[in-house]
Design a protein around this ligand. Structure first.
Ligand code: HEM
Length: 369
């Protein structure tokens, strides 16, 4: 089987396996396991895993600033910089906050994504031409996916709070403006499903992307799609007892867990998949969410030309200067005809020693004297 397809199938089987496990478990009256134990375990793994990963990042040395972006750095006051350059290479905290905010809220770097492709050259029927063009679909899919996910999560707060905060009601009525249907249709749930499906289809359809995609890329997407499908089924097609769901959810957050009767297996599948997603989050690529705030190429001002930065991780090192090196090996270098900066001192001439004959001549005189 094709290597790329195998990764997709592994992820698909894993997600379907989780669905079957939850369904069989609930049929075997293991509601407590899927409605209470799994969510608590997931919350524990999520919080502990997140703290562990974030601290690991914080402890990693960042000896240098890493200006990865293009454009003019801030240097001499008379060199003009556009506002884009100021955001690309932020020299002040204000600009830095601007860059991070645009990245987090508007996915700015993804917006500037380019696509390159070899296309038929219209001037030369046998040749090809490399074409670059601005590609916005990925940005649109990613923005729709993340914002829809956020809105769905915030709307779900109505299950976990009593009284429900005002902003959740507001979100509810804004999101459910399609009032012609009963129950009211939430746009964000449908957008979440559509956007996640697009992100998955893009990986499967594009051969280059399919080649670099692993089960770890497919698994979270399939998991989120299945969570959205089970949620939508539960809301519009196979209703569950929402009062009982709220009792269960409130019991979880107040640490008085209970499993009221009347909740359908679909709900337990939904919440079990959500638990797996949360438990998996800190150990997966999904961790890019908090990671963007801790990325040195995003969160450090590019002021290398104005400010001298001393590596805070420096430790005292015994340097061996070139001078010392040459002092040590000078004679060998000269012998090997390697150029040196300082020539060795000329050899001192030997003191003239009297000829042995003269000595011999002098000796009898001394004897005479
Ligand atoms: C990653 C977290 C979650 C996601 C992405 C998610 C997604 C969804 C979606 C898309 C729907 C369809 C209706 C809508 O758009 O609101 C839904 C419905 C539902 N979800 Fe979730 N959900 C999540 C977590 C939870 C949790 C923790 C619970 C536990 C209380 C839960 C309980 C429900 C219920 C009971 C419904 C039916 C809603 C209704 O009938 O109005 N969900 N979910």
């Amino acid at each position: 089987m094709d290597f790329c397809k195998r990764h997709f199938l592994v992820a698909l089987v894993a997600v379907l396996g989780l669905v079957v496990v939850a369904y069989v478990g609930v049929k075997a009256n293991l509601q407590v396991l899927f409605g209470v134990v799994a969510p608590y375990l997931a919350a524990l793994l999520f919080i502990e895993g997140l703290i562990y990963r974030v601290f690991k990042w914080l402890r990693s040395p960042v000896p240098f600033r890493i200006p990865t972006t293009a454009g003019q750095h801030d240097s001499l006051p008379w060199i003009e910089r556009t506002w884009e350059e100021k955001l690309d290479n932020p020299a002040t905290t204000g600009h830095l906050v601007g860059r991070l905010a645009l990245e987090v809220l508007a996915f700015r770097s993804l917006f500037r994504n380019l696509r390159s492709e070899l296309l038929q050259d219209p001037d030369n029927p046998e040749g090809a031409r490399l074409v670059h063009w601005s590609y916005k679909w990925l940005w649109l899919g990613a923005i729709a996916f993340h914002y829809a996910f956020l809105v769905v999560l915030l709307r779900h707060l109505r299950f976990f709070t009593e009284p429900v905060p005002g902003f959740v009601h507001l979100l509810d009525s804004a999101d459910g403006f399609l009032q012609f249907f009963v129950p009211v249709v939430y746009i964000s749930g449908l957008v979440l499903l559509a956007a996640a499906t697009y992100l998955l289809a893009r990986r499967l359809y594009n051969p280059a992307l399919r080649y670099i995609s692993l089960a770890a890329d497919y698994f979270p997407l399939l998991l989120i799609i299945t969570i959205a499908i089970t949620g939508i089924l539960m809301r519009y097609f196979y209703k569950t007892d929402i009062i009982a769901v709220k009792q269960l959810a409130l019991g979880l957050v107040t640490f008085h867990p209970q499993v009221p009767p009347g909740i359908s297996p679909l709900f337990y599948i939904h919440i079990f998949l959500v638990s797996v997603l949360f438990a998996y989050f800190p150990f997966s690529k999904l961790l890019h969410a908090p990671g963007v705030f801790l990325s040195p190429s995003r969160n450090l001002a590019t002021n290398n030309r104005r400010v001298r930065h001393i590596n805070p991780w420096n430790y005292p090192v015994k340097f061996h200067s070139y001078e010392e090196y040459e002092d040590r090996f000078r004679e060998a270098m000269v012998e090997a005809e390697i150029p040196v900066e300082k020539m060795p001192p000329p050899e001192e001439e030997e003191e003239e020693t009297p000829a042995p004959a003269a000595k011999a001549e002098k000796a009898p005189e001394e004897e005479e004297g």
